[in-house]
Design a protein around this ligand. Sequence first.
Ligand code: NAD
Length: 373
Amino acid sequence: MRIGVAKEIKPQEYRVALTPAGARELVLAGHEVLVEAGAGVGSAFLDEAYERAGAAIASVDDVWAGAELLLKVKEPIASEYERLREGLTLFTYLHIAADEPLTRALVASGITAIAYETVETDQRALPLLAPMSEIAGRLATQAGADHLEKPKGGRGILLGGVAGVAPARVLVIGGGMVGYNAAVIALGMGAQVTVLERSVDRMRYLEQILSGRVQLLMSSTLQIEESVKDADLVIGAVLIPGALAPKLITRQMLGTMKDGSVFVDVAIDQGGCAETSKPTTHDDPVYTVDGVIHYCVANMPGAVPITSTRALTNVTLPYIEQLAELGTVGAITANRELARGVNVIGGKVTYEAVAEAHGMEYTPLDDALSALV
Ligand SMILES: NC(=O)c1ccc[n+]([C@@H]2O[C@H](COP(=O)([O-])OP(=O)(O)OC[C@H]3O[C@@H](n4cnc5c(N)ncnc54)[C@H](O)[C@@H]3O)[C@@H](O)[C@H]2O)c1
């Protein structure tokens, strides 16, 4: 199969959808890999590294026009819509339930669009989203520690303290992928860590793997109120799948926090878990409400493209290899996880939530596939 790797053109996006190591695996399996010139530069992969791996470097036009399978990181933006076409399979983060113009452009073009974020295992895990949560969780503690420093406007407290001086108190709300990773880094930096969770099973698991080194408490309005008051750094990491984040921290609770304390709301991409949360960018990541510094960057992994690119491609490569080996229809027929990732095929919307979001017709994937032959 001829596999194209396009350069990301969204502002502030430095990731790339395939590493030279991934290109080498595909070339060794007998596929042709076309990489757009400069596609990997933001992640420290030069064109020569792809060439050494056996890929060819090509222009943007040749990559889009020549590929049978096109790999990207972010969804196509308006200037790329004219490149969508029948016979092409696009594999990328799409998030089209929130993007009607793109959904309509995909449908009109006849392309097959498989979204990383809806590839789902039988256990309902989202394997292509998980690494970004790991990264965001780890970054959350780093960002929090940074903004607690006095020159950044923070209280001026060192997360780990020193001998004879108490460490900072870190409160993590939500002990899933983000929360676990935030807690691990906070522990590593020597902070005193509390995690609030709603699932007892999850707390049992966290207690086991963290060997009792964090305080695990059942999440309730009262517990949040009491814990927030004492914390130097609060990290919001809750998720209710498919729903907006619950507003667990009220403005009143925020008012009880110490001046210069920090709140990192990782759940901001689902609307945020405090009444005072609003999305920010890497250019201007923080704002202050009632003396509390808010860090609410919606695409945190974008800050560390070298790590994010590798973490992303580690999990996408097995699916890419299967798509290349079996062809799009063969692969989605053979692999139910990949099938759940198909959002649009043959001019039909095959992901129910997307169809619902835009008042468009939903076609079950099997029906869409039989209409193809
Ligand atoms: N800002 C970013 O750049 C970025 C990057 C990655 C993920 N995220 C977001 O971070 C959030 C967390 O993602 P995740 O992968 O850790 O999800 P996850 O499903 O692994 O974990 C969420 C956890 O929240 C817990 N929870 C739900 N309601 C709760 C409550 N009221 N109190 C305490 N805990 C509660 C759940 O039991 C679960 O363990 C999501 O909104 C995700 O989209 C943001």
